[in-house]
Design a protein around this ligand. Structure first.
Ligand SMILES: *Cc1c(COP(=O)(O)O)cnc(C)c1O
Length: 411
């Protein structure tokens, strides 16, 4: 591929104008939006307004006057169409970890004659930790974690399994699991499924309702661009809502929070999954960030995401000097999320050198260099420039300099 072909791809890109809606430093190629999304311009003005006007001037009246109280529902409803969910099933609250606790408990109680939670060995650690914590709390007779390799999920579905906990897009390799097929196979065995959409929401066209999903969680600060520590979301299919009780029964999930009743009575809808007071400033930032998605067709996002990654692979493969960077993601784009992982003994140092040269990728232990593609603000020219710099970093062996081997607290 040559640069003219790259320029032509940008010219034909239906999402190209979306980039203007983001604040991106001019000297940076940002390929880490799968870890922390970029800053939408609307977020800056919204946060300023929430702080100085809504909080500063209207004070407590803003719970009603500026609908702070409705933020979890309103934000949930904005996320719903991005993940193929009809109304009344998605709510914004807490972190993925906390939401998993609520959903794992709910799902286990719906399937109380079984005790096994089946997940994958290389699932994101917090997902597994939450099961381990719940297992310690409830005891192994009520909750027991079993881990299998991704390729063994299907053959491990049996009538001992209560809950199948899967991350749709593997955080390291980008491997995309078949939601429709696995949900169907699980249901045939009487298993409920919890999908973690951390690397799916805003990256691929998720179809929760169409796949008859039971439960899901997802992230606000990755592809949805809600900002660092942005609240997460959860999905509970309508058909389960009347039959479940989640254990973190807080006043915001009460049927009548402001009745101040001493006895908990959960709301009979998705609101029962709320626990405490929403983080208004953070949730307002996510609310504003979601406005960038309003006119976006997820099919176009998926198409561009695949094209960006395919171009990256193609450009890389044209350079024999990069032979030691081994692609760990599948080359089959239909089975991949919106990121690429490469293994290299010096992955950490290469990543640090890239960052110094303005290409922000990330490192995942033990030896993975990860590049994320965010179709709303990544251009084909970015991909071209990133590969050019990567080639230079490797060919000049820049990464071998000692300053690139110092790890910070967050990698
Ligand atoms: C990013 C991510 C999380 C983050 O969980 P929090 O509790 O919101 O910090 C969880 N699971 C997966 C798969 C992730 O990629």
């Amino acid at each position: 591929m040559n640069f003219n072909e790259i320029a032509a791809l940008d010219k034909a890109d239906p999402l190209a104008n979306k980039r203007d809606e983001f604040d991106l430093p001019a000297d940076t190629i940002y390929l880490d939006g799968n870890s922390l999304g970029a800053l939408p311009k609307t977020v800056k003005s919204r946060v300023a307004e929430v702080v100085s006007q809504q909080w500063g001037c209207h004070l407590i009246r803003s719970w009603n006057d500026h609908q702070w109280i409705d933020l979890p529902t309103r934000v949930g409803e904005k996320i719903a169409p991005l993940i193929g969910a009809a109304k009344g099933q998605v709510i914004c609250c807490d972190s993925i970890s906390v939401n998993l606790f609520k959903l794992l408990s709910s799902a286990l109680s719906l399937n109380s004659q079984r005790n096994m939670v089946l997940s994958t060995e290389d699932n994101f650690p917090t997902d597994l930790y939450m099961v381990q914590g719940l297992s310690n709390l409830l005891g192994p007779e009520l909750c027991q974690l079993t881990l299998v390799a991704e390729q063994d999920i299907e053959q491990s579905l049996n009538d001992k399994v209560a809950v199948l906990l899967l991350t749709q897009v593997n955080f390291r390799t980008g491997q995309l699991l078949d939601m429709q097929k696995l949900t169907k196979l699980a249901h045939e065995k009487g298993i409920l499924v919890i999908w973690d959409l951390a690397h799916s929401a805003g990256a691929i066209d998720v179809e929760l309702d169409k796949c008859h999903a039971d439960f899901a969680v997802g992230c606000g600060y990755k592809y949805l661009n809600g900002g660092p520590g942005s609240p997460a979301f959860l999905y509970v299919a309508k058909r389960h809502q009347a039959n479940v009780k989640q254990p973190l029964a807080g006043w915001m999930g009460h049927a009548k929070p402001f009745a101040f009743d001493a006895t908990y009575q959960g709301a009979d809808n998705i609101n029962q999954f709320l626990s405490g007071t929403p983080s208004v400033i953070a949730m307002s930032a996510l609310d504003a960030a979601l406005d960038t998605w309003q006119d976006v067709d997820m099919a176009k996002v998926r198409e561009k995401s695949i094209a960006l990654a395919d171009v990256f692979i193609k450009l890389l493969q044209a350079h024999p000097s990069l032979i030691d960077l081994r692609l760990c993601s599948t080359e089959d784009s239909s089975q991949r999320g919106s990121q690429l992982a490469f293994a290299h003994t010096d992955a950490f140092a290469i990543c640090q050198a890239l960052i110094e040269r303005g290409v922000i990728a990330d490192f995942r232990a033990p030896n993975i260099l990860r590049f994320g593609f965010t179709p709303l603000y990544t251009s084909f020219e970015d991909v071209w420039n990133a590969v050019t710099i990567l080639v230079d970093v490797v060919e000049t062996q820049l990464y071998k300099e000692s300053r690139f081997n110092l790890a910070g607290k967050v990698t």
